[in-house]
Design a protein around this ligand. Structure first.
Ligand SMILES: [Zn+2]
Length: 548
């Protein structure tokens, strides 16, 4: 039994030699009989002369006793006698019943009614690929399954096992009805959904044999980290991506945009990480990379691709749309084992199947293979994001809003890492930081050193204000209930010289970026919304009206 048990894969792995291994080492004889009433009867008949027989089936008992057997409960079976072949007296069943763990340990055979039926099916399914139970079962179910399969010469009863800890109340005490120290599960499901609860538990150490102090905040976190950002990406895609519903194969995907290459490589990396962790039956390790990926997708890929989506009809827009479709389809797959409802809803939407077909479901797909990750693009984007973070902190410290365009950023870094960053990578960085130029210098240093030119020339101030105006006008559009296709007219009045110069010089840009019909100086009789900006050198008032 010790030798066979070494073949079992435990998650967490330390249980194998620890709790379970030690229990096996010190295993004592198992008294399988109990003096009880409700249990499986021990099928042994014995005579006062010493004759004994173990009965192997109902049929055998019927033949030996001549009785019709329809019920195996103790009070019925105890009345059945067998004529002793030695002395001719009546042999009776031994009065004891089996220890209930004998039944639990016999589950694999009993559920298939093996060996009386289903022998072929049973042989192809035994031992079990995977079982899961609580840590208290190392001395119970896990153990008795193994004892019985070994006794039957069957080797291991299961190949892999996930050992769960105990879910406790948030205060670390046992959950108790009397103390009411836990949230009502039905309310929890209503409020956050089954996916959030499932994700929270799977990601927690409770699937690694540790106890968990259940926290409602943890369930809420799952919504914030997974459900909402994933759905927001989909909504954005749906709004700007139109009707792209193709089921894309990697072979006909050849975007030349580095953001697309990066997110697809991140996707493949994610699928690889999940696959590896699942093969090792480590659930928290399988679940945790999901939130990191979702953050990369929504907080970087989509944010940096927004203008691509809004960029009219262009090849680059097409690739942004196609890539996002591809990523969301595969993300559904990645989410499927952990948040099955969200995964299915997303997949049905993104494929356009929309629940129209009974045989189309993300849960019927195979896990993707052939996931080649481009390590270079991952390293490049990692460098770009590190630099961006440092520079944004400098912007923050200088009190410069992100909408204020700046003239330049100087990046000093080790040459091997600097050389990873392509001109496309620098463009993304410039976009993210809202600077016009990026100057790079290779130095014999380990860490990045960045310095942002914070000098504001009049030209930069006008560009900054123009950006600010674009944002305000778009907000006003939204507040007034304009849709993307509605034509608007913007009126303005100003005492601020900066505002006057800006609107004279940059009205064209502002018109384009706010999808406005035109921008006119003056105050109309009627308008739908307005906003007054207090600038350093005066006031600027903007008003929005419908263009007839
Ligand atoms: Zn006898």
């Amino acid at each position: 039994m010790l030798k066979e048990a070494k073949k079992i894969n435990w998650s967490p792995s330390y249980i194998k030699e620890g709790r379970f291994g030690q229990w096996l080492e010190g295993a004592k004889d198992w008294s399988i009989s109990r003096q009880r009433y409700w249990a499986s009867v021990i099928p042994i008949w014995q005579c006062s002369c010493g004759w004994q027989q173990v009965i192997g089936s109902v049929q055998e008992l019927a033949e030996l006793s001549g009785a019709e057997i329809t019920d195996l409960h103790k009070h019925i079976v105890d009345k059945i006698t067998i004529k002793c072949p030695n002395c001719g007296k009546l042999a009776h069943r031994v009065p004891d019943v089996l220890d209930t763990w004998f039944d639990s340990g016999s589950m694999p055979y009993a559920q298939a009614h093996y060996p009386f039926e289903n022998a072929q099916d049973f042989d192809s399914h035994f031992p079990a690929q995977f079982i899961a139970e609580g840590i208290d079962q190392t001395r119970c179910w896990f153990y008795y399954l193994q004892v019985i399969s070994t006794a039957l010469g069957r080797g291991v009863a299961f190949r892999n096992v996930i050992v769960n800890g105990i879910v406790l109340a948030e205060d670390g005490k046992k959950m108790s009805k009397k103390l009411q120290n836990y949230p009502d599960p039905a309310e929890l499901l209503d409020r956050y959904g089954a996916d959030a609860l499932r994700y929270y538990l799977l990601a927690s150490p409770v699937t690694q044999a540790e106890n968990l102090n259940f926290s409602e905040t943890g369930v809420e976190e799952a919504i914030k980290k997974i459900t909402l950002p994933v759905w927001n990406v989909y909504k954005f895609y749906d709004l700007y991506g139109g009707n792209e519903r193709s089921v894309l194969s990697r072979a006909n995907w050849h975007s030349d945009n580095i953001l697309d290459h990066w997110i697809v490589s991140r996707l493949y990396q994610l699928l690889g990480e999940i696959d590896e962790a699942m093969m090792g039956y480590n659930l928290p390790r399988a679940v945790r990379p999901l939130a990191v990926f979702v953050d990369d997708l929504s907080g970087w890929y989509l944010r940096r691709s927004r203008s691509r989506f809004k960029n009219g009809e262009s090849q680059d827009k097409d690739w942004a749309v196609i890539t996002t479709n591809y990523v969301l389809q595969h993300l559904s797959l990645a989410l499927a084992p952990f948040t099955p409802f969200l995964a299915e809803a997303l997949w049905q939407k993104i494929t356009g199947f929309d629940y129209k077909y009974d045989d189309k479901s993300v849960h019927l797909l195979s896990w993707p293979t052939d996931l080649s990750v481009d390590e270079e693009v991952l390293a490049e984007m990692a460098a770009v994001r590190e630099i961006a973070e440092l520079a944004l902190a400098q912007r923050d410290a200088a009190g410069l809003k992100i909408r204020q365009v700046l003239s330049s950023l100087t990046v000093k870094g080790p040459s091997d890492r600097l050389s990873l960053i392509s001109s496309a990578g620098l463009d993304i960085l410039a976009d993210e930081l809202n600077v016009k130029h990026i100057i790079t210098e290779a130095h014999n240093i380990v860490n990045w050193e960045v310095s942002l030119d914070t000098t504001l020339t009049p030209e930069l101030m006008r560009e900054g204000l123009a950006r600010e105006l674009v944002r305000h006008i778009n907000l006003l559009r939204k507040e007034s209930g304009f849709s993307l296709s509605d034509q608007t007219i913007i009126y303005w009045r100003a005492t601020s010289p900066l505002a006057k110069l800006t609107l004279d010089e940059l009205a064209g840009t502002i018109t384009k970026e706010t999808l406005s019909g035109k921008i006119v100086e003056g105050r109309p009789d009627q308008f739908l919304a307005h906003k007054t900006l207090n600038l350093d050198d005066g006031i600027l008032e903007i008003m929005i009206a419908k263009l007839n």
